[in-house]
Ligand binder design. Structure first.
Ligand code: NAG
Ligand code: NAG
Ligand code: NAG
Ligand code: NAG
Ligand code: NAG
Ligand code: NAG
Ligand code: NAG
Ligand code: NAG
Ligand code: NAG
Ligand code: NAG
Ligand code: NAG
Ligand code: NAG
Length: 592
């Protein structure tokens, strides 16, 4: 009988205890005021709401009568203390009231991507609970407060980027931030020097972003004592002086970037070997001189190397071959020279972008470049490369952007036959080469099916506008200016239905202006699909010394027929072209 009795007892226990528990829970919910956020917290939040001139609909749920833990954007802990105020991207306008600093359990405050103005209340930065403050992308301004006492604050992440803050970065502001891990103050108007003792007060600092401000002076060597620092971005300020070697004591650095400053000096003698974690090194647009040191080869993890727009010179060091993880090399606008052959590009198979434009490299393009099978963009323009293009460039099956313009390459017929094997090519710029050769006439039907931008100007080429161009169905921009082409504008030109930029000025073209031109779809519509193509060029295209076009849509509709030997009438229809933004031939036509 015992065996029957026993299960019965268990049954009653199971039934009884949970039902009692449920009753208790219900009782607490109905009777106890501690199940809701406190009146004080509610008051602090309602004060914040009151400071908004545009609340993005918050007031609908933020009602005094209800539990503020249930309000939109509010999260509470299990004991009903407000822990999170998360109100990013809600079109909030108005001021941030200091009352939020009275939420004594607040851990995270996210007001990013709104239109808030006024200052950042000191109470938030010096709060004794908040870990994360993100007020980025607003219109907050004024200076950061000096914090009166230096007691340790728990704040770990402060993102005040993309606002209108001004004034200096005073060490007194940062002294109490003993726990700061990430500071993003980019894209404001901060002035003065970088604080020297950041990491003495914030030893945990791992991310420091101060781009797009007006900081001056030199890079403090003391940053080297930031032993936890991984990301250091201070681009687009007015920093001067040289890169201190002490910085390389911060051996965890993964990202070092100072583009767009006035840094001087050379990289020689810097202890690159210490930065074994470095993935990005960007000193572009400064005033760095000297050579790239052999020691760069120690950066085995390097993926991005930007030294563009400086005054560097000399040959590239052979040790660059050791940086086998490189994805991007940007050395444009320096005065590097020599044959490139010291670098064995065969080992750099991860490369996707090589930009060596505006240097003094000479000799033939090294064959080893053609084993970088992942290459998407290759720009060797404005150097002194010579010789014929190698067959092997056809191995670059991912290549989409190729600029070889302004070198002294020869044999355009051979070059085009080889290049048509790069089936992904969308941009091919070979202007200012092949001087005085003949424009190949033979059929290239099978190639260049993806070509959108083709420029062969300034070559002094003889011959005619070749028939094979009519097969380039995706062509949007065609520039054949500054050659010695003869014959007339072919009637098939109107079949290039995507073409919106045609430059054939400075040739010896004859005949009348064909009415076929007037039928070109691009010239009749300003809502062309080509113009709306959002895809960017892999590299910004430079045209002339200063203009640069980043996307095809930035180029306007242009029909440039100037300086030819056309005869006859300007077709009446010209005046009816709706979409033509730039038309350059009438004046010169009249002069003839
Ligand atoms: C919210 O309600 C309480 C109690 O009803 C009241 O004391 C308080 O003033 C109200 N707060 C606001 C901001 O209306
Ligand atoms: C914060 O709370 C204190 C006391 O609870 C009060 O005196 C003070 O006015 C509050 N501050 C704000 C900005 O609401
Ligand atoms: C603000 O900065 C922090 C730390 O760098 C980052 O985690 C957060 O995503 C940033 N906020 C925005 C809106 O980008
Ligand atoms: C800088 O801030 C402005 C205003 O918030 C924003 O429009 C712009 O995109 C930001 N620029 C960058 C580089 O983040
Ligand atoms: C830092 O701020 C800048 C400008 O607002 C932004 O572009 C960048 O993504 C931010 N960095 C992080 C890690 O959120
Ligand atoms: C930091 O770097 C400098 C120069 O490279 C060196 O002399 C110094 O000993 C280093 N300091 C520490 C603490 O490693
Ligand atoms: C660049 O550095 C050189 C010294 O290396 C200096 O003479 C020159 O004035 C600097 N140029 C700029 C624009 O800062
Ligand atoms: C580059 O690698 C080679 C072969 O592994 C080695 O002999 C050379 O010392 C390395 N150079 C640098 C600067 O790391
Ligand atoms: C660039 O380097 C070449 C070759 O080393 C040299 O002849 C030339 O003078 C340099 N040009 C400038 C502007 O420094
Ligand atoms: C370049 O590297 C490749 C692959 O590691 C190797 O086969 C080739 O011999 C090297 N070329 C030269 C000239 O060292
Ligand atoms: C051609 O390249 C040379 C050498 O880099 C440069 O000085 C010149 O400005 C370039 N010409 C054009 C039209 O870009
Ligand atoms: C151009 O290259 C082709 C193929 O390599 C060759 O047959 C031809 O002779 C070359 N032409 C000139 C003028 O060198």
């Amino acid at each position: 009988m015992q065996t029957l009795d026993f299960p019965n007892k268990t049954y009653s226990k199971i039934l009884h205890i949970p039902s009692l528990g449920l009753g208790l829970v219900l009782l607490i919910c109905l009777a106890s005021p501690t199940s809701s956020c406190t009146e004080q917290e509610k008051g602090s939040l309602l004060q914040f709401l009151g400071g908004l001139s545009q609340d993005g609909g918050l007031a609908v749920s933020w009602k005094n009568g209800s539990d503020c833990c249930q309000w939109e954007g509010i999260t509470c802990s299990t004991d009903d203390t407000v822990t999170d105020v998360l109100l990013a991207s809600r079109s909030l306008q108005g001021h941030i009231t200091p009352s939020l600093g009275n939420l004594t359990g607040l851990l995270r405050l996210d007001l990013s991507n709104n239109l808030l103005s006024g200052g950042l209340p000191q109470e938030l930065v010096s709060s004794s609970s908040i870990l994360i403050v993100d007020v980025s992308f607003n219109r907050l301004g004024g200076e950061l407060h000096e914090l009166s006492s230096t007691h340790a604050r728990p704040l770990k992440v402060l993102n005040i980027s993309s606002n209108l803050f001004t004034g200096q970065f005073l060490s007194s502001t940062w002294q109490g931030m003993k726990n700061l891990v990430a500071l993003n103050a980019s894209n404001n108007s901060f002035t003065g020097q970088l604080p020297t003792h950041f990491c003495a007060s914030s030893p945990s600092l791992a991310v420091l972003e101060l781009c797009y401000n007006q900081f001056r002076g030199s890079i403090p060597p003391q940053l080297g004592s930031c032993s936890m620092l991984r990301v250091l971005k201070v681009g687009h300020n007015h920093l001067s002086g040289s890169l201190p070697d002490e910085l390389f004591n911060a051996t965890l650095l993964e990202y070092v970037s100072f583009p767009g400053n006035s840094l001087q000096g050379t990289l020689e003698g810097l202890h690159f070997g210490k930065l074994s974690n470095l993935g990005t090194f960007d000193l572009g647009e400064n005033n760095i001189s000297g050579k790239i040191p052999e020691s760069i080869g120690h950066l085995r993890r390097l993926e991005e190397l930007h030294l563009n727009n400086n005054h560097m010179y000399g040959e590239l060091p052979s040790s660059l071959t050791n940086c086998t993880n490189l994805i991007t090399i940007d050395f444009k606008s320096n005065n590097f020279s020599g044959k490139l052959a010291k670098v064995n590009f065969s080992n750099l198979s991860n490369l996707k972008t090589i930009d060596l434009m505006y240097n003094s490299f000479s000799g033939e393009i090294p064959e080893s470049i053609y084993s970088c099978s992942n290459l998407i963009a290759l720009r060797l323009s404005s150097n002194k490369f010579n010789g014929q293009l190698s067959e092997k460039i056809g191995n670059l099956k991912s290549l989409s952007f190729l600029s070889l313009a302004n070198n002294t390459l020869t044999n355009i017929t051979s070059a085009l036959h080889i290049l048509k094997r790069c089936r992904k090519l969308t941009t091919l710029l070979i202007a200012f080469n092949f001087r005085g050769e003949i424009m190949p006439e033979d059929d290239m039907v099978d190639g260049f099916e993806n070509l959108q931008f083709f420029s062969v100007d300034g070559c002094g080429l003889f011959g005619q506008i070749p028939q094979w161009i009519s097969k380039l169905a995706n062509l949007k921009i065609l520039i054949l200016s500054n050659n010695q082409l003869t014959g007339s504008i072919p009637a098939w030109i109107k079949t290039l239905s995507n073409l919106f930029y045609l430059g054939i000025s400075n040739n010896s073209l004859t005949g009348g202006i064909p009415t076929a031109l007037m039928d070109m779809p691009m010239l009749n519509s300003d809502k062309s699909e080509a113009h709306l193509d959002p895809r960017a060029f892999e590299l910004p295209v430079y045209y002339g010394p200063s203009l640069q076009y980043r996307v095809p849509i930035a180029l306007r509709n242009v029909l440039d027929l100037s300086n030819n030997k056309f005869t006859g009438q300007i077709p009446l229809e010209i005046g009816q072209l709706k979409a033509l933004l730039s038309l350059d031939f009438t004046v010169r036509l009249v002069k003839q």
